[in-house]
Design a protein around this ligand. Structure first.
Ligand SMILES: Nc1ncnc2c1ncn2[C@@H]1O[C@H](COP(=O)(O)OP(=O)(O)OP(=O)(O)O)[C@@H](O)[C@H]1O
Length: 246
């Protein structure tokens, strides 16, 4: 599979403190990847760099078939180029139905100039129904989003991002606050999503990461400490030392 995103030798300092230190990372098209690491390892800053929220002091970040530099693009341009991000707290329109939230996301995906002219047709409604099925909310299409459980709201937000057809989806700690059953369903959604796009999941919950069944990148002090299967990284001496605080 060809490389979709390549981060090379990236560093970022905040007030002289190196939050990201010569970090290199690659993800291929349609790859599912988990990123783990202790508090302060640099996971959020890493995602902020990819989405253009934080600019590195040095290094390169290239994306897509032509290896375009994300560092010269604005945050909105990066989003338009197909990089979607789901933050930890779901941000759905609580007074709108599940279907309306998904339709709004579809509208947004058509670009800023089509918003006023957007009239959903049959195909759009079919798309919404398919998305709802993908996120396990077919039975809740006409419920107000505010009435959904925390997990269901997370799924809805993932669905809203999928409506925009990202090529790279970044997901921040999806398991937080979910019941075990909701977590299981979330891993299914993410694994399914990665059949048609690359997905990077930042997560603390190791059981969740194990269920994702994908390559794992361990960050520590702003660099990659280890990379491999969950069994490989959890048996890695350096990783064990870091997690045990040795
Ligand atoms: N804007 C900022 N100003 C100063 N220091 C910052 C800033 N953003 C992050 N840091 C520091 O950079 C380091 C990495 O932070 P980051 O939030 O990326 O880690 P993290 O792995 O996401 O942690 P957590 O798991 O706790 O969310 C931390 O030491 C943090 O205090």
């Amino acid at each position: 599979m060809s490389t979709l995103l390549e981060v090379s030798g990236v560093s970022v300092s905040f007030d002289g403190f190196k939050a990201i230190n010569n970090l290199s990372f690659q993800i291929a098209e349609r790859e599912l990847r988990a990123v783990i690491g202790p508090n302060g390892a640099g996971k959020t800053t890493f995602m902020d760099i990819i989405t253009g929220k934080t600019r590195p002091d040095e290094g390169r970040v290239t994306y897509g078939d032509k290896g375009a530099s994300l560092l010269s693009m604005s945050e909105s341009r990066i989003a338009q180029a197909g990089v979607g991000r789901k933050f930890q707290r779901p941000t759905v329109f609580e007074d709108q139905s599940v279907a309306d939230n998904l339709m709004m996301a579809l509208k947004k995906a058509r670009g800023p100039f089509s918003v006023l002219a957007f009239r959903p047709d049959e195909e759009d409604h079919a798309k919404i129904a398919k998305l709802a099925e993908e996120i396990g909310l077919s039975g809740a299409l006409h419920r107000k989003s505010g009435e959904l459980s925390h997990g269901q709201k997370q799924w809805l937000e993932i669905g809203m991002l999928l409506a925009q057809e990202p090529r790279l989806l970044l997901v921040d700690e999806p398991a937080a606050g979910m019941t075990p059953t909701e977590r299981e369903h979330t891993t299914d959604i993410l694994r399914e999503a990665a059949r048609t796009r690359a997905v990077v999941v930042v997560e603390h919950d190791m059981e969740f990461v194990r269920r994702l069944n994908c390559k794992v990148t361990v960050l520590h002090e702003g660099s990659v400490l280890a990379e491999g299967s969950i069994d490989y990284v959890t048996k890695n001496e350096k990783v064990i030392d870091v997690y045990l605080g040795r």
